[in-house]
Design a protein around this ligand. Structure first.
Ligand SMILES: NC(=O)c1ccc[n+]([C@@H]2O[C@H](COP(=O)([O-])OP(=O)(O)OC[C@H]3O[C@@H](n4cnc5c(N)ncnc54)[C@H](OP(=O)(O)O)[C@@H]3O)[C@@H](O)[C@H]2O)c1
Length: 382
């Protein structure tokens, strides 16, 4: 199957190279920007790419929403299968792309968009065919896992951990989507669409790691706990899901604590299968390109879709999910919490809340921060 590649960066160049060695696949043209067409296989317009004889599939690795969406629609309407590693594109337009692909009888797969090389969405999309998914989630952002691990195992400050991650190419110059939890949120939204046929676009919450300090590391280590940034999602009554990202404090025996450096851990629990856990490289040229190649191989074998035909947009209900939180904040701001335990030293309070909803905790933190409080909060698991 001759496959065109859109974008010749980290992932696109990896896909192009892997196509030359893959059974049943063949290198097609590559879309680059004008001025970068320094080889015969490089083209500078989507029309030139799609009109190349024999192209049956298009693999998008440009990133962003436009022109990726227009090019995706053009490819699908020209009767080409479409695969992508672009989570922003699928989170924004996955349902339209899936419907258009079904109408044209071509495939639409995106397993590289969540978990990079970790075969999470691929396996989840197979599992839903024969099992009910109880819950899904995990460590879906390698950059923040690298930083949290560096802060807790190597005692680096937040700033040092971020610089290190940037030096190693894990974090972008602008790391805000990673450290705010937004990147992981976009990925869990795709997991929800695959597992439950609901792509939530509203009612979502993401708390990242920006408020986690080296002093917090000492405090939670004194409690024998480890912090990881975790995405969670499950179906709730009323045809909705909960879906959110927040720091979680875990006991050493939790699988997440053994996930070091920039690795990802993605998990789902099937009603019949029980828990399934996948650990691997969530990003990088070869792991990500290998996931795209797996999707292309699925197309060859007739597996064309990851989204059900009735998949729809919806809103998340994060009021439905409740647990206790660990909260560190100025002693003068503790009055709005119902607490299980409380301690205060030098004006800094640490408290464990009674179970409260994800929505209430995230909204309370936003309000107290607007009033000037410096707060770190994390879910207490178990
Ligand atoms: N890198 C990873 O490890 C990883 C992992 C999982 C998923 N992804 C996803 O994969 C996608 C690509 O990521 P990447 O890391 O490969 O990014 P990248 O290295 O920046 O590559 C993107 C390439 O696409 C080109 N491009 C962008 N817009 C274009 C246009 N309109 N026409 C032609 N070429 C265009 C860029 O060219 P210019 O340089 O000229 O702008 C660049 O060469 C993103 O959606 C990302 O979220 C990446």
């Amino acid at each position: 199957m001759k496959t065109a590649v859109l974008g010749f960066g980290t992932v696109g160049a990896g896909i192009y190279e892997m196509l030359s060695q893959a059974k049943g696949l063949e290198q097609g043209p590559v879309l680059v920007r004008p001025g970068k067409d320094d080889a015969p296989f490089k083209k500078t317009s989507i029309e030139a790419v799609l009109s190349e004889p024999g192209v049956e599939a298009v693999a998008e690795a440009m990133g962003g929403i436009e022109p990726a969406f227009s090019y995706a629609m053009a490819a699908i309407k020209a009767g080409k299968h479409f695969v992508t590693s672009n989570k922003a594109l699928v989170a924004a337009h996955g349902i339209e792309l899936s419907a258009a692909a079904r109408e044209m009888g071509v495939g639409f797969l995106f397993s590289a968009a969540c978990g990079g090389g970790v075969p999470f969405l691929h396996n989840l999309s197979i599992a839903v065919e024969s099992d009910d998914i109880v819950s899904l989630g995990g460590i879906l952002n390698g950059t923040t896992n690298y930083m949290l691990d560096a802060m807790q195992r190597r005692a680096l400050s937040y700033g040092e951990a971020l610089k290190d991650a940037q030096k190693l190419g894990y974090a972008e110059a602008d790391p805000s989507a990673d450290v705010s939890g937004l990147d992981a949120l976009r990925k869990i939204v795709l997991g929800s669409a695959v597992a439950y046929g609901i792509l939530p676009t509203e009612g979502l919450y993401n708390e990242g790691i920006e408020h986690f300090t080296d002093e917090d590391v000492k405090r939670i280590q004194a409690r024998g706990l480890t912090c990881r940034l975790v995405a969670k999602c499950a179906a709730v009554p009323g045809g909705k899901v909960y879906a959110y990202v927040e720091p979680v404090l875990l006991k050493a025996s939790a699988a997440e604590c053994s996930v070091l450096d920039n690795y990802n851990l993605a998990r789902y629990e099937g009603k019949c299968s029980g828990p399934m856990v996948f650990i691997g490289q969530g990003a990088g040229r070869w792991p990500t390109a290998s996931a795209v190649l797996r999707d292309l191989d699925c197309l060859l074998k007739g597996r064309l879709y990851m989204l059900a035909s009735d998949c729809r947009e919806g809103s998340a209900d994060n009021e439905a999910c409740r647990h206790s939180y660990y909260v560190r904040l100025p002693g003068s701001f503790t009055g709005c919490f119902e607490v299980k335990s409380y301690s205060e030293s030098d004006g800094v309070a640490e408290l464990i809340t009674k179970p409260m909803s994800v929505k209430s905790m995230h909204e309370l933190a936003t309000r107290l921060r607007a009033e000037g409080a410096d707060i770190f909060f994390a879910e207490l698991e178990g």
